[in-house]
Write a protein that binds this ligand. Structure first.
Ligand code: G
Ligand code: MN
Length: 297
């Protein structure tokens, strides 16, 4: 019946896949559910794209609001598609229910980021690299062991790696806390990404070895003095006082926002106004140049 429906919808090629392999058919249904049929060929090509190194990792600097120095970089995957050009992850990221693909992709990015961090360290411009880890991969018990192995393979000191995790992931299950602790034991940092939109209780956050809180860009965009967004920023900054973590504002696009963050005492900022995600060489140049004042107009 489903086959007939899909065929009726004009997806004759999907019917063909279904006939070829039940595994591919299952994949097709998952992809069709979440992302629309157009995603399927893309997902099937993602694996090959990783093998062919078309998936590349760009890096977006975070800038200290006190010294204007680069305090770290966030690794962000991009697909340099031979026909379609530069593609952002939203256009092809594997749905979380295709776990094998998500795991493969997660490890690919982690490995690339660790290798690049080691290169910067070797070149005498060490910089902390943050990697986004999906909630589902984070709660896997083997994650700390896998990260430790990758660090050792590349010879990178753990202090140069930070794992970024959304609030939602910590709310997922108890094992998230264990993983967080194990990562801290190895010496890898933990950052809470998209802070302010999730459901984490403060109590839970305070129990975790969190090194950095990243305020979600939707909040940052709405920052005006006296706004609800400002109250969230202040709450994050007060946490900093208590447990010594650093507060980073994400998605800073307007000079007024930057000034407001600076005045509020926020530690660092990231966003298109300061630096776009760019290939490693462009970051290397920025790491080499002496501190530059950020234009505030
Ligand atoms: O959720 P997370 O912080 O990991 O999201 C990172 C994404 O945000 C990247 O894809 C990056 O390109 C995007 N990004 C970075 N800076 C900005 C910004 O100033 N504005 C917007 N709209 N997106 C940004
Ligand atoms: Mn992030």
């Amino acid at each position: 019946m489903t086959l007939l429906l899909l065929a009726g919808a004009g997806a004759w090629w999907l019917l063909l896949y279904a006939l070829i392999s039940p595994v591919v058919f299952r994949l097709a249904i998952l992809a069709a559910d979440d992302y629309g049929l157009f995603m399927l060929p893309t997902l099937l090509r993602l694996r090959a794209a990783m093998r062919e190194r078309q998936i590349v990792v760009y890096y977006q600097p975070k800038i200290s609001l006190r010294t204007n120095a680069v305090t770290g970089v966030e690794a962000l995957a991009r697909w340099l598609h031979p026909e379609r050009g530069l593609l952002l992850p939203a256009q092809w990221l594997p749905p979380s229910d295709i776990k094998w693909l998500e795991r493969q992709f997660g490890e690919y990015v982690l490995d690339a980021a660790i290798s690049q961090a080691r290169e910067w360290e070797r070149a005498g411009t060490p910089v902390v690299v943050s990697v986004n880890v999906s909630p589902w991969l984070f709660v896997e018990e083997q994650l700390p062991r896998r990260i430790a192995a990758a660090l050792e393979r590349h010879g990178l000191p753990p202090s140069l790696l930070v794992v970024e995790l959304t609030e939602a992931a910590l709310a997922l299950s108890g094992s998230g806390e264990t993983v967080a602790r194990e990562l801290a034991e190895i010496g890898v940092g933990l950052a809470i990404d998209d802070f302010g939109i999730g459901h984490s209780s403060m109590e839970r956050l305070l129990r975790l070895p969190v090194r950095e809180l990243k305020i979600d860009r939707r909040f940052v965009a709405g920052l005006r003095s006296g706004s609800r967004e400002c109250a969230i920023l202040r709450a994050a900054l007060s946490l900093r006082e208590d447990i010594g973590l650093s507060v980073v504002a994400e998605g800073v696009e307007a000079p007024e926002t930057l000034e407001l963050l600076r005045a509020a005492g926020c530690d660092a900022a990231q966003g298109f106004l300061l630096a776009r995600p760019c290939p490693p060489d462009a970051v290397t140049d920025r790491l080499r140049t002496p501190l530059r004042l950020i234009a505030s107009a």
